[in-house]
Design a protein around this ligand. Structure first.
Ligand SMILES: [Zn+2]
Length: 328
């Protein structure tokens, strides 16, 4: 049995990291860009260890250069998600990669992405909303113009602000200025923490940046006081089990703390992070969760509801998606 068709809500997806390999290969061929060392014999992204992931990711995503590339990327990504039953998704989009942090250029990229999202909503029944993301290892000063891009385009489509990148660089609190700016513009907040940076990085995220969702957050399991805090304050974890196993953050699905966190009352959700790079899909995540923890339809329906409750979209959109979840 496969969980391909059960309706799903995904909250943690990197826009470029979701690029189907065939799409990137096609774009590279059009531009005559040499991508030797990026794909294996079956046309998948090469994947060995973390260092290779970073190298392949960088080479593959460097092919994306214009707003129209992002329009096409968005369609390709949403087509793939829709195939796996995803009806609502939020993706991390960075003005760093879309116009180099320039507000005018960012608006052009955003326009192109939204055009594709509208088309996908009409033709594939999948809804996308954007979370503007700053890159931690570019440093706090670089995050400020990114937060400004987020604030200037905040609304019914750009609904959140977040941070990705190398979690071992600096502290969450170094970025408080940018997160405050985004919050004041009405954006909802999330940040990557507790994938590599330990439970303390999750404490920093909730205390210093006051985020309501945490990307990954799985290392909370090492600090039960933190687990209880997350449960009590209804802070939602965007858990990406397949990504964690692929990158070695946890050794196996069996060793993954998602079930323990859930049993202790933490609101956990499930996402794919950079799916084709980690050879995963939402269907595969669900299938593995069934195989490992015995989760079934009741758990997956609850998961979709928890995810929708934690989505950053407005109430009208949430109501519309809720109906979609009920109907299928
Ligand atoms: Zn991520």
């Amino acid at each position: 049995m496969s969980w391909k068709d059960i309706p799903k809500v995904e909250l943690h997806l990197h826009h470029e990291g979701a690029a189907p390999p065939a799409f990137i290969r096609g774009l590279a061929q059009e531009r005559d860009v040499n991508l030797t060392g990026v794909f294996d014999d079956n046309g998948n992204y090469l994947f060995g260890d973390f260092a290779q992931f970073l190298r392949v990711y960088e080479a593959a995503t460097a092919v994306l250069k214009s707003p129209d590339d992002y329009r096409r990327l968005t369609l390709a990504v949403l087509e793939e998600s829709a195939k796996h039953g995803v009806v609502y998704t939020e993706s991390f989009i960075s003005p760093d990669f879309c116009g180099g942090g320039d507000l005018g250029a960012w608006r052009e990229y955003l326009h192109a992405i939204r055009e594709a999202a509208d088309e996908a909503e009409r033709t594939m029944g999948i809804t996308l909303r954007g979370i503007v993301t700053c890159i931690r290892h570019f440093g706090p000063d670089r995050a400020k113009p990114i937060a400004l891009c987020a604030a200037e385009t905040a609304g019914d489509w750009i609904v959140g602000f977040g941070m990705g990148g190398d979690e071992t660089m600096g502290a969450q609190g170094d970025f408080a200025y940018s997160f405050d700016l985004a919050r004041e513009a009405g954006l909802r907040l999330t940040t990557h923490a507790g994938e590599w940076g330990g439970a303390k990085s999750i404490w920093q995220a909730v205390r210093d940046l006051k985020v309501e969702r945490v990307g990954h957050g799985i290392q909370a399991i090492d600090d039960l006081a933190l687990v209880d805090y997350l449960a009590e304050h209804e802070i939602v974890l965007e858990v990406c089990p397949g990504s964690n196993v692929a990158l070695g953050a946890v050794p196996s699905f069996k060793a993954h703390p998602i079930a323990k966190l859930r049993e202790r009352g933490v609101r956990v959700t499930v996402s794919t992070d950079d799916p084709p790079f980690f050879r995963t899909t939402m269907t595969r995540e669900f299938d593995e969760l069934e195989r490992t923890f015995g989760w079934g339809e009741a758990e997956f329906r609850e998961l979709a509801q928890t995810s929708l409750d934690a989505a950053f979209c407005d109430a009208d959109t949430r109501d519309r998606i809720a109906k979609q979840l009920e109907q299928t």
